[in-house]
Write a protein that binds this ligand. Structure first.
Ligand SMILES: C[S@@+](CC[C@H](N)C(=O)[O-])C[C@H]1O[C@@H](n2cnc3c(N)ncnc32)[C@H](O)[C@@H]1O
Length: 197
């Protein structure tokens, strides 16, 4: 975790009523029948998308480095789905492996690590993809307001495409807009990557 973003509680409170992110719903639709397979939700936050993955029938490992992740994410899952949920409270930088999975989702989370850590995390993500697995992640582009923070990793569209080398690209989108984060107004430069192994 980094200094600028070491307290995610205001984010969880401000976004608690938000709908499930469209990229996660797209991932669920595109990945097809879970058939007992495992999904990873990396940087799972308050667990909203974890709950959606569980509801779609996936077994889910939800990983988040912020303190309290266990309680927060477990609370987001209905009791009948909890047997298919494992919560891991760990930062990306401390990972040395990820389990093989049929779906890897990371919403607005992977940019919050330094470039060298990002590179390590990305290689673990690529190694975790089973044949046919779906990958759906957001990255930040270089014109995002937060890009100047050395603890953030950004990617141009070309760099994002290179990260998907060897995968079938299902969608690669770039969006720029003026908007808000919990801390105030900001320019969002966000990339959506959806790919199949
Ligand atoms: C902007 S929130 C996104 C949460 C959720 N995925 C969503 O789309 O709303 C980023 C989440 O990633 C987690 N996170 C940020 N940096 C991380 C890191 N280096 N290792 C593990 N988790 C991290 C934070 O704790 C936070 O819950």
């Amino acid at each position: 975790m980094n200094d600028m973003f070491d307290d995610w509680e205001p984010f969880y409170a401000a976004t608690s009523g938000n709908p499930v992110r469209a990229l996660c719903l797209e991932a669920i639709r595109t990945a097809g029948d879970p058939r007992g397979r495992l999904a990873l939700d990396l940087g799972a936050g308050a667990g909203r998308e974890t709950a959606a993955l569980l509801a779609a029938g996936w077994h889910v490992i939800a990983l988040d480095g912020a303190p309290g992740a266990h309680l927060r994410i477990e609370a987001s899952a209905p009791p009948e789905d909890r047997a298919r949920l494992t919560v891991t409270e760990q930062s990306f930088g401390s990972l040395d492996r990820l389990p093989r999975a049929g779906l890897v989702y990371a919403g607005y989370a992977l940019p919050f690590q330094r470039p060298d850590t990002f590179a390590r995390t990305w290689s673990l993500i690529r190694a975790a993809l089973e044949p046919g697995a779906l990958l759906a992640v957001n990255l930040f582009g270089p014109r995002d307001t937060w890009a100047a923070d050395p603890a953030i990793t950004t990617h141009t569209l070309a760099e994002a495409r290179a990260l998907l080398d060897g995968l079938e690209i299902v969608a690669l989108r770039e969006e720029e807009r003026e908007g808000h984060a919990v801390g105030g107004p900001k320019h969002w430069h966000v990339l959506d990557l959806v790919a199949r192994a």
